[in-house]
Ligand binder design. Structure first.
Ligand SMILES: Cc1cc2nc3c(=O)[nH]c(=O)nc-3n(C[C@H](O)[C@H](O)[C@H](O)COP(=O)(O)OP(=O)(O)OC[C@H]3O[C@@H](n4cnc5c(N)ncnc54)[C@H](O)[C@@H]3O)c2cc1C
Length: 536
């Protein structure tokens, strides 16, 4: 089996043309190829007048085929996940059961690996199952239901990844091929099959809700347990700081010597609790900014030119980084083509923005986080106060809540007004999509000066790369504070356990070891594999 990379074909090509191109790449005729499997398909929009598909394919070639283009053709690697091969599976009666706190992508995939290996994990999640959670979240957005600090966009089954665009790509290195394994598991749980071949796959909120439920059902079918509305309020340690168990908010205690802490970046009281227990944590850089919305049709034209509107292309994404001197940069975060800006707070009295899309990505606006780096010196973190970043995030979330009128409406401004430091009084052609609604405002009133100044400085540079980005009617909505964790729960690189608390496995985004659905899931798998190895 050969792998052929960098096969470029025009949009709308036929299967026969793909086969012909593959044959030409290995110097044979189309009949000289047996099976042809698409491994990856990317949209190449680097040249707007020549948008095309770029393929990696696997083919069965006739024996003796001479490979001419060695840079792009070679034996097909198997890319099979083998980290668990040869390891002994658990015995539910004899082996101590691992406990996982949090059922986001990290906890879900740690749970799936442990359950498949027979270790029957016990999972505790503070939020609700996906169905009732969805009712709380959409009820709050549409103003029928009070904000619930335990059931929201950050907390509940599937974690922060459930109400999202469900983008499934990552820059994390994946030599062990965990990502293809995760994608196959997602498809088996009901995700669209095209995620297996698209270079930039996404699932969408509408489908994610079913997918996370199916993954949970599988963990339970394999002997695991999943407890919702079960917040963990204490980690129990012995005199040597070895983990002994956890205590739940209702006072129940559960014994374990292997505890995966997959709590996400918004579990602020849980961060305080583990800090108070003496678990080593340190501050880390994160970002703060706004959500920016443009008409999706404008972004499509900027990215796809005359190819705009072709169904094979769908709504166009974008991504940018604009360097602003040695210390900071502005960058796009979690871009949602054809999506909505959504209220993503997990605390009462705070406004937090983020974005989501459904699978069809068919809403009128494109949105992305327009973010500026925040460094530990910006929020005066010290060794004694590693939680200072949380206080910084909270301050601006509260300010946004007040500027928005104290009713969970978000302050929003036209980009043209932000550039002129002038409060908006209304909106133009771009209608803000944020639910539960926006209030026209001046975002200088609810963001640090260095952030609004950096945003202003970045706009013209981004506009040169993404035509129309500087559109005066584009809407910026604040504040976006939860792009990544403000702390790291430092772990030993070999054992993956906390550097000073044996048996504690900090994992995923909240621990500072992942950023995004796939990298959090990969990190959960790594930690689960390590637990399985430790039980051999
Ligand atoms: C609106 C939105 C859109 C996003 N879109 C994308 C996207 O398209 N693609 C992408 O890659 N990433 C996206 N992200 C980021 C992505 O969701 C996160 O990176 C990912 O979910 C992190 O996974 P995790 O498992 O580490 O943590 P989380 O998903 O945050 O899960 C942590 C879980 O732990 C639970 N928990 C916390 N404390 C406790 C406790 N004390 N006891 C019990 N349970 C607890 C929480 O309730 C939560 O369910 C988005 C995030 C948001 C908010």
């Amino acid at each position: 089996m050969l792998e052929i990379r960098e096969l470029t074909l025009p949009i709308g090509h036929t299967d026969a043309e793909l086969r012909q191109a593959a044959a030409a790449a290995i110097g044979t005729h189309p009949e000289g190829i047996g099976s042809l499997t698409i491994w990856k398909r990317a949209i190449d929009a680097r040249k707007r007048d020549r948008v095309s598909f770029n393929y990696t394919v696997h083919v069965d070639a006739e024996p003796g085929t001479t490979i001419r283009n060695k840079a792009h053709v070679g034996p097909a690697p198997d890319r099979i996940y083998r980290e668990l091969d040869g390891l002994r599976s658990g015995n539910r009666e004899k082996d101590a059961r691992p406990v996982i706190v949090g059922l986001g992508p990290c906890g879900l995939f740690a749970g799936l690996v442990l359950a498949r290996m027979g270790f029957a994990p016990r999972i505790f999640e503070r939020g609700k199952a996906a169905g009732p959670r969805a009712r709380d979240v959409t009820g709050f957005w549409r103003r029928g239901v009070e904000f619930n600090p335990e059931s929201n966009v950050q907390f509940g089954e599937g974690g922060a990844g459930t109400f999202s665009d469900g983008k499934l790509y990552t820059q994390t290195k994946d030599r062990e091929h965990r990502r293809p394994w995760i994608l196959h598991e997602l498809v088996a749980a009901g995700a669209p099959e095209d995620i297996l071949l698209k270079a930039r796959p996404h699932i969408g909120t509408d489908r994610l809700i079913k997918v996370v439920r199916h993954l949970r059902e599988e963990i339970i079918a394999l002997g695991g347990e999943v407890h919702f509305e079960s917040r963990v309020d204490a980690v129990l340690l012995d005199a040597n700081r070895q983990v002994q168990g956890i205590r739940l908010a209702n006072g129940d205690t559960i014994e374990t010597r292997n505890l995966v802490l997959a709590i996400g970046h918004s579990a602020r009281e849980t961060f305080s609790m583990i800090h108070a227990s003496g678990v080593f944590i340190e501050p880390k850089a994160f970002s703060i900014g706004v959500r920016i919305e443009h008409p999706q049709s404008m972004i499509d034209r900027a990215q796809y030119g005359r190819f705009t509107g072709l169904p094979e292309l769908g709504s166009a994404p974008y991504k940018f980084v604009q360097h602003l001197g040695a210390r900071r940069s502005a960058y796009s975060f979690c871009m949602c083509p054809g999506g909505l800006v959504v209220a993503s707070s997990s605390e009462p009295g705070g406004v937090v923005t983020n974005g989501m899309s459904s699978y069809a990505r068919a809403e009128a606006n494109a949105n992305s986080g327009f973010m500026i780096d925040v460094l530990p010196e910006d929020f005066c973190a010290t060794d004694a106060n590693p939680l200072a970043g949380i206080a910084f995030q909270r301050k601006w979330e509260k300010r946004a809540f007040e500027v928005g009128g104290g009713d969970y409406k978000a302050p929003a401004q036209k980009l043209g007004d932000l550039m002129r430091r002038k409060a908006s009084r209304n909106f133009g052609d771009v209608v803000p999509s944020y639910e539960p609604g926006v209030v026209p405002a001046n975002l200088d009133d609810c963001l640090p000066q260095f952030v609004t100044n950096s945003l202003r400085k970045a706009v013209s540079g981004v506009d040169k790369k993404l035509k129309g980005f500087a559109l005066p009617d584009a809407v910026v909505t604040g504040v976006e504070t939860r792009s990544s964790s403000p702390i790291r729960i430092t772990r030993d690189p070999a054992s993956l356990q906390s550097v000073n608390t044996p048996g504690l496995y900090p994992a995923g985004e909240g621990a500072g070891y992942a950023g995004g659905i796939i990298s959090a899931a990969i990190d959960g798998m790594r930690v689960a594999e390590q637990i399985v190895r430790s039980m051999q």
